[in-house]
Ligand binder design. Structure first.
Ligand SMILES: Cc1cc2nc3c(=O)[nH]c(=O)nc-3n(C[C@H](O)[C@H](O)[C@H](O)COP(=O)(O)OP(=O)(O)OC[C@H]3O[C@@H](n4cnc5c(N)ncnc54)[C@H](O)[C@@H]3O)c2cc1C
Length: 356
């Protein structure tokens, strides 16, 4: 019997799900309300392929750590650039910060992460533009960066070459999910179309679509991250270990060198009401850049910026994953969702198609 899969959402999770479904031999159709992939967080993020994700042992952290290794093969297959580099968690010369770094390194080693403590020279060699001389750094292997928009474009090309059909500019209004044998009906301006299975990865709209299928998704909040783009000479992702509370709200941010030579500073982290908010002001860009003075010793000239909004599960620090019949819903895919996407997609397609 031939299988068909509808994917709702052409963000990273939807495109990865389309790839998985196509690999599973299904006829795949992707719907997106926008005219091109990447309208949501997938086209507006920091591009880090993560290794460490506090608190290290939860599902998000485990998925990202395992999925990280799949990106080299994906980069080759789809044809996007990937820059492998270490991350340096830099500490200053304060005793409390050194103690924190040593404790972090031994905890991470216990969890089998590849980390070591390095002296100030390693940071200075990798980031020669920095004017500071730190106490040292926790050196973490295995990180990478990508330009997320390039990844989405490359995946779209790969999917089209595999015969996946895109319905861009088409909003899915609702789903009707019958028992597994009946499949899933997708309702949009194209009419009502029936598929063997569906994967819904519609960012914030996953919650509404899950409710339309009779599920009860958790409450979510929206958090915007603004990122400044600069040109700096740096061959590592760098973040600061601080023993005192931060004055600015940042979340997992750092100095992040992309494969195309640009360096991202940020992101910031602030609650907003519009889940599609990608706006930023000059002041927000400067604030994002100034947050890294502790690592750089100066505020670099900001050339451009970007911003994206995360959808966070407010009830539990986890992604929302649910199934109903042969429809699978993936929502609240907060950071490190870009990194985790290949494995989230694999799970979704295996669950949706079941034993078919
Ligand atoms: C500032 C920032 C920095 C981040 N940094 C990182 C990072 O460095 N590393 C990392 O791993 N993760 C990072 N993330 C998280 C990552 O970007 C997200 O986890 C991921 O992009 C979520 O992808 P998604 O496909 O679930 O959602 P989205 O990208 O939001 O895609 C959803 C798609 O669904 C479409 N859609 C919505 N409703 C409908 C509908 N009814 N019908 C049809 N289409 C619809 C939308 O148009 C959109 O294209 C960051 C996020 C932000 C905001």
């Amino acid at each position: 019997m031939s299988k068909s899969v509808a994917v709702v959402g052409a963000g990273i999770v939807g495109l990865m799900a389309a790839l998985e479904a196509s690999r599973a031999g299904a006829k795949v159709e992707v719907y997106d309300e926008a005219r091109q992939p990447g309208r949501g967080a997938s086209g507006h993020n920091a591009g880090v392929i993560h290794v460490l994700q506090p608190p290290f042992l939860n599902r998000k952290a485990r998925l990202a750590r395992r999925a990280n290794r799949l990106f080299d093969g994906l980069a080759e297959e789809a044809g996007f650039s990937l820059r492998r580099q270490p991350a340096l968690l830099v500490y200053r010369n304060k005793a409390s910060e050194k103690a924190l770094a040593l404790a972090a390194a031994s905890l991470l080693r216990m969890l089998a992460y590849k980390v070591k403590i390095v002296g100030p020279g390693v940071f200075r060699d990798l980031c020669p533009d920095s004017e500071i001389r730190p106490g040292g750094a926790v050196y973490v292997e295995g990180y990478a960066t990508v330009n997320p928009v390039e990844v989405l474009e490359a995946l779209r090309g790969l999917l089209e070459s595999r015969g996946v059909e895109f319905h861009l500019g088409v909003r899915v209004d609702s789903l009707r999910v019958g028992p597994p044998g009946e499949g899933v009906e997708i309702r949009s301006e194209l009419g009502e179309r029936r598929y063997t299975a569906a994967v819904v990865a519609a960012g914030p709209d996953t919650m509404r679509l899950a409710r339309s299928a009779g599920l009860h998704p958790p409450r979510v909040g929206f958090y915007k991250g603004v990122m400044a783009v600069a040109r700096l000479n740096c061959d590592a992702i760098a973040a600061e270990i601080r023993s005192s509370r931060r004055t600015r709200k940042t979340k997992g941010g750092g100095v992040i060198p992309w494969p195309d030579g640009r360096v991202i500073l940020g992101p910031t982290f602030a609650r907003v009401s519009d889940p599609w908010d990608t706006s930023f002001t000059r002041e927000e860009l400067v604030e994002a850049a100034e947050a890294y003075r502790g690592i750089l010793g100066f505020t670099p000239e900001v050339r451009e910026g970007l911003a994206g909004t995360r959808v966070k599960n407010e009830e539990k620090d986890d992604f929302y994953t649910a199934r109903r019949g042969r429809a699978v819903f993936l929502g609240a895919i907060d950071s490190p969702g870009f990194t985790a996407s290949p494995l989230l997609a694999r799970w979704a397609v295996t669950t949706a198609l079941g034993d078919l």
